[in-house]
Design a protein around this ligand. Structure first.
Ligand SMILES: [Cu+2]
Length: 288
């Protein structure tokens, strides 16, 4: 199973297993092999601010027609998490793509610095040793390849992803619909920053069970019906029917791309595979 393969690279980073191994909506439990003790660790990753996070675009290489988005953030002592979301690549179950950090530039790729987990079905989630600042300072590049050929590449920096020439979207609201007869649902408000480069997300939840203190909440790739189990961005856990996450380093214009991203809400941290709600972000409506 995917999370087992990924686990090999985590090498002791048990806490992220649960985060990475959210299950798919078809009920297969990718996270079933995760230790149930990971709950408290999981919640600690859902901080209310995404300070220190960066995102950068992966531009098409050659004639691949593929592009991507990478998000990276510091995680614990001298560790970094990097997630990759590709568009236009092989579907889940298709060819795997490698994701590797290199020295050099995208036009002149140098020595390998750090291997990431393979991109499967468009997604990759890796925690590795090393301080994010170093990768940024060295202007390393992240190269996604298929069959040995680069299909997308980007410089590891806090990239400006929202094109300056394009209008910044209005505030949007998104219905997060009940799943699995949870009786729970809510509304997310997505607010772009003034420069359009980052997004604040607040969630008003309904019917959080009184015996469950925190509901893990994430941005995943794809629409709810075909949700990728990899967490793209952890959001603040829902506590007392509320969650607020500021400065998510992804432009709202990017999050609103058709069927690319969803917000999902899980049962308590020890039962991550069980989804209680989900909303496909491109279904959000502009607030007039
Ligand atoms: Cu999730």
């Amino acid at each position: 199973m995917r999370s087992v393969a990924r686990a090999a690279l985590f090498a002791g980073a048990v806490s992220l297993l649960a985060l990475a191994g959210c299950t798919s909506s078809d009920g297969s439990s990718d996270a079933s092999s995760s230790p149930s003790t990971s709950g408290s660790d999981h919640s600690s990753h859902s901080s209310a601010s995404h300070e220190g996070q960066i995102s950068f675009a992966l531009a098409t290489q050659g004639s691949s027609g593929q592009e991507g988005l990478a998000i990276a953030y510091p995680s614990g002592d001298d560790m970094t998490v990097m997630t990759v979301a590709m568009q236009g690549g092989p579907a889940a179950g298709g060819a795997a793509q490698t994701a590797v950090i290199h020295k050099g530039t995208c036009s002149d790729v140098g020595a390998e610095v750090q291997k990431l987990m393979d991109v499967e079905g468009g997604g990759s989630f890796t925690q590795f040793e090393g301080t994010l600042d170093n990768y940024v300072a060295d202007k390393n590049v992240l190269v996604v390849s298929e069959g040995g050929d680069a299909v997308a590449c980007g410089v590891i920096e806090n990239g400006k992803i929202h094109p300056p020439s394009e209008p910044i979207p209005a505030v949007h609201t998104l219905e997060i619909k009940e799943q699995n007869l949870s009786g729970q649902s809510g509304t997310a408000t997505l607010t772009p920053s003034d420069d359009g480069q980052s997004t604040n997300i607040s969630i008003q939840w309904n019917n959080q069970p009184s015996d469950i203190e925190q509901l893990p909440t994430h941005i995943h790739q794809s629409k709810c019906a075909t949700l990728d189990p990899m967490v793209m961005v952890p959001l603040a856990n829902i506590i007392d029917n509320q969650s607020t996450t500021n400065d998510i380093p992804v432009p709202l214009s990017k999050l609103l791309e058709k069927d690319q991203f969803s917000i999902n809400v899980h049962h308590d941290p020890s039962a991550l595979p069980f989804y209680v709600g989900c909303g496909t972000i491109s279904d959000a409506k502009a607030v007039q």
